[in-house]
Each structure stands twice: as C-alpha cells, then as structure tokens.
Design a binder for this molecule. Structure first.
Ligand SMILES: [Zn+2]
Length: 250
C-alpha cells in the first residue's frame, strides 16, 4: 500500500500506549481482516471496522489516539479497539504483524542469559532508556487530562519493561538498571504523580529482577553498593541493600 502521507506514529507507539486488553483485541480485529473500506484522507484515515455491527472509524495521522468511532466507547472518548485496529492498519497497510512485535512486556522479565553489552550497544540502550523515561513526567494539568497523563506513565513503563527484558545478566547491566531506578526515584520525589502505582510497581518488579540477577551471578551483588547511601522515596532498595550487607558479612 502506498500512502501519500504516512502516519506520524509507528507500531511500537500503538503497542506501548494502549492498554493490554484493548491492544490484543485490536490485533485480533486487524488479523481477522475486519477493517474494510480503508481510505486515506487529508492527514487522516477512515475505515469501517466490522464487529457486532459495522463501526465508522476515523483517525488522524499526526498523533496516535486522535480519532473518532461511533461505538459506545468511542463516543465516550475512550481509546476503543476499533481506533487502535485502524491505527495498526494505517501503519502496516495490511501486512502481517511479526510475532515478536506482538509480544507485550507489560512486566519486565529477566532473560536469564549471562553476558555484557559492548560499548556501542550500551550507549544505544542508555539512549533508549532516556527516551522512555521522557514519558514519565510531572503532572500539573487539569483533571480532565488525567487519563492522558496516566497513559503516558504506563507508556514509559511499558517501553522500559521491553528494554529491561532484553538485557543480559551481569554486573554491568545491574549498574545500568540501578541507575535507571535512581532516575525514576528522583522523578517520583519531584512531582511525578504516581498515585495509581504504575511507576512504583515497575520499580519493584525491577528489584525482583535484580534479585534474580544476583542468583545467576554473585558479582551483581557488589553493584548493589550504589544503593547503600541513598535515601529513596519509598524504600524500594531495602531488599537489595540487605543482600549487599549479608554478602559482605559472609
Ligand atoms: Zn470503537
């Protein structure tokens, strides 16, 4: 398919910025060919998405999530599965979704493989971490944009989860993850409103991963020293500091 004006967002944007159940339903709609009559307009796309009935859906090219759908959810300004499905179509033009692209890491996982990154790889990963952390920002907007704000925090954490899940186990990576956690901690202390615990939950999952790291490679524990003289916003580092102390006492 040829677009006069391709969308300004990509598949990862859709994946990381959509709640998991909605994303999965949208992928289903896309893969089962429910998007009919796709049309490109001026910086916008429209289609009919088949479902319980036929829904008229349109989206804007300039930003993911701007769109209209005449289903119940869409009419109440929620990001519905039809808008997400049409967004996928606008990005992929009917081409299949690769299995690895479909995988959602809403929780970070330890890959279980020992290893280090080269200097260049490390620099790349640091860049992508900084980029993902930008989505985790302070909030001072009105309450009506609260959901957009929360979605941005989730998007940041989803992006970070995907990065962390791809990293090997070593003292080098332990240091990288700890520094990332300290950056997030600083954000929480300085006005990121994490009242639904998205960021804090993600940080605690990373602490669990670092515990797994230390079981696979004891040298990782020495790196926990970075946390010893820190005062953090909610004590997430305590289990790691304890491991460090116990290891030293041995
Ligand atoms: Zn809809």
């Amino acid at each position: 398919m040829f677009f006069i004006m391709p969308p300004k967002f990509d598949f990862n944007k859709i994946k990381f910025a959509t709640e998991r159940p909605t994303f999965e339903k949208a992928v289903d709609l896309y893969e089962s060919g429910k998007i009919k009559n796709f049309k490109e307009g001026i910086s916008a796309y429209s289609a009919i998405v088949e479902g319980g009935k036929n829904y008229n859906v349109s989206i804007e090219a300039r930003r993911f999530g701007l769109g209209y759908c005449d289903c119940y959810m869409g009419q109440n300004d929620y990001l519905c599965k039809h808008i997400v499905a049409l967004s996928i179509y606008a990005v992929l033009g009917g081409k299949p979704i690769m299995p690895e692209d479909k995988k959602l890491n809403s929780e970070p996982q330890c890959c279980g493989k020992l290893g280090e990154l080269s200097k260049m790889e490390l620099a790349e990963v640091k860049k992508s971490i900084s980029n993902a952390i930008k989505y985790i920002k302070s909030y001072n907007g009105p309450s009506r944009t609260w959901f957009t704000y929360q979605a941005s925090l989730s998007e940041g954490c989803n992006r970070l989860s995907a990065i962390v899940s791809g990293l090997p186990v070593s003292a080098q990576i332990t240091e990288l993850i700890i520094k990332m956690l300290l950056r997030l901690d600083k954000k929480l202390c300085k006005g990121v409103d994490d009242s639904d615990g998205t960021v804090g939950g993600f940080m605690q999952e990373c602490v669990e991963i670092l515990k797994e790291f230390s079981q696979l490679d004891k040298k990782c524990i020495n790196t926990f020293e970075l946390l010893c003289k820190q005062s953090t916003c909610f004590g997430w580092e305590d289990p790691l500091v304890r491991m460090y102390d116990e290891n030293k006492a041995e």
